[in-house]
Design a protein around this ligand. Sequence first.
Ligand code: ATP
Ligand code: MG
Length: 766
Amino acid sequence: MADAPRSQNFLTEIVERDIAAGVNGGLVVTRFPPEPNGYLHIGHAKSILLNFGLARRYGGRTHLRFDDTNPTAEDVEYVESIEADVRWLGGDWGEHLHFASDYFERMYQCAERLIREGKAFVDSQSQEAIREQRGSFERPGVNSPCRDRPAAESLDLFRRMRAGEFPDGACVLRARIDMGHENVLLRDPLLYRIRHARHHRTGDAWCIYPMYDYAHPLEDAFEGVTHSICTLEFESNRALYDWVLDNLGPWDPRPRQYEFARLALGYTVMSKRKLLQLVAEKRVSGWDDPRMPTLAGLRRRGVTPEALREFTEIIGVAKNNSVVDIGKLEYAIRGDLEGRSPRALAVLNPLPVLLETWPAGEVRELEVPWWPGEPGRGVRKVPFGRELLIEREDFSEDPPKDWKRLAPGREVRLAGGYVIRCDEVVRGEGGAVVALRCSHDPASLADPSRRAAGTLNWVHATRSASAPVRLYDRLFSVEQPDAAGDFLTVLNPDSFKLAPAARLEPALAQAEPGSRWQFLRQGYFYADPVESRPGAPVWNRTIPLKDTWASRGAAHPEREPRRPRKEPAAAAPRRSRAELRAEARASDPALAARFSRFREALELAEEEADLLAAEPATAAFFEEALAAGAPPRPAARWLANELAGLAGGRPLGSLPLSGAGFGRFVALVETGRVTPAAGKLLLSTLLERGGEPEGLVSELGLEKVTDRGAVEAAVARALETRRAEADRYRAGEKKLFGVLVGAAMKEIQGAADAALVRQVLQERLG
Ligand code: ATP
Ligand code: MG
């Protein structure tokens, strides 16, 4: 894993407290325990990153353990895919790949011990009778008639259960706790049941299998796990977890269970059963269909592990369940791809342009940098000539005011090339626009300051290549498909479209399978690693450049009945948000006045002013921020670049952060109290749970400790007070590193960058 997680949460607090108190000798061992009965999804990614991240951050280790105690549903195919997915996310389990089934014998021996000590008994009643006696939340349970059976008799029965003398369901092993316990789970819970089923690893060696609540704590204890992290549904199971360990110890370390909120994500489903159904009914092309929330699907779509890591940082770790806005995932994906995707030229829905001023037959190879404005990062040749293609939706015969693309009589620049003007529209039968006659300005190539309305993507009409380009979108058309009765009825019919007429610049034909590109002005595209062939990539759109869901006004598309679509989907020009805003200003003098004040008095860039003056609520929010002391340009930048993305379409007024709070945040970052990177984290936390920026800075330990001396002094003090541990560490007891980190962190009141503390400590310890 490239990075340990940066942010603090209740789990890092627990771990740091344990380290500081010397619990388990400062050791941090976590585990990721999937059941091998399906492919991993983005919810699992959260758990993986959390477990591996915590251990990494505190110098510990993480085990990958297949929780294969249920013989019937499991499959080797799943084992292999899970290993590949965890590795892809950066999880490194070293030699700690474990299978719960490897502990069956030890678990069995523990069960015999419970029986001998009068803490478990074999119950020969029917399942129904046992269920009936359990009682309910209001009603205490009833003791089983087998409960006081002598230990020797239970032991004999249990051994015969193991030997296969009884059919499924004939008897069970139960813990002997308390049928009147207020926690129903502690009313003599089942520990073992009979299942005559073949297990994918142990074969027919066993016909009794342990229950999850009995097996899981033992697996943790056998492996020396210290912090056993699971999702909230297991909160009341914790009492049983502790009962099992308390009655079968002593353990060193003694594992403890902690619960966090499972991830639920908008516009998708996460239940294994539903994902399996999508695959089985061929609603998608497989587990790795690029629309699936599985890790295999996200990977196939072009999402990187780094983007998922960033996403989990943004959403943090909470103790209450909620549905996470998918806008946050998309924001993280765009942010990640932005910096790693060279800009290429492609036209998805072409409209021919004939440059009448260009000599027929002449093709000129333009040198265009892969990164606009940064020729040092590489250039390629792009053929330019008389016959070109532009995007159909980049032309309008009757454009709104402020249209920044092509229209009759208007000029645009072709990216990396010339400025052209549209002189004439060519119509086909029925009057449809079939081509444009244009002229070019020969001097404009060498003159980047030559103004034009906007910049368009383009390709040469014949010296370009066609290729399969697949446009993926959200799989469901409503935010909570699970709430829709039958989730299959709310599948998004447009989640997959081909762009059959797409044309790509020649250099893209050489794209490596698995490489990532931005098709300029369109989105991020991934050369499919499975179907691409050398010289013939197949393209998957990972994500469009802009959030088209928000601009469709379709945060809740289900409320707006879809209009029947006219023939080619993109025939009607889709107006950008900036264009819509320009229209709004044209008809509202108050908006227009605010726009020019932002432009002139505050010297904001045009796009910034455009966004901030868009509607009164945004402007008011921004002005509140200025009143609270934020300098205008940085405030505008933070608002446009970060806050808008993090808000994910929510109105600013509904955020837990006020305009004034945002202003204090900007001021804080601008004075250098926190780094910009820490600022991002701070802002996303403020949006998650509100609060005061000042207070959160210290709570999250974000204050920049620029003074290495301060860290060194803290480390020195820690080594002084923990001299014994330091000596033992030097003598080879490496697991004490965590204790020392904790001590140093405590010395400096959590205000230091943990990585710096670790580094200094490592230097000191040699
Ligand atoms: P099942 O219903 O089959 O138990 P599961 O989704 O819980 O499904 P597991 O294989 O048991 O699947 O999950 C492995 C680990 O991943 C568990 O520790 C579980 O807590 C965690 N996990 C599963 N789903 C999520 C989620 N949506 N968010 C966070 N963690 C999750
Ligand atoms: Mg589970």
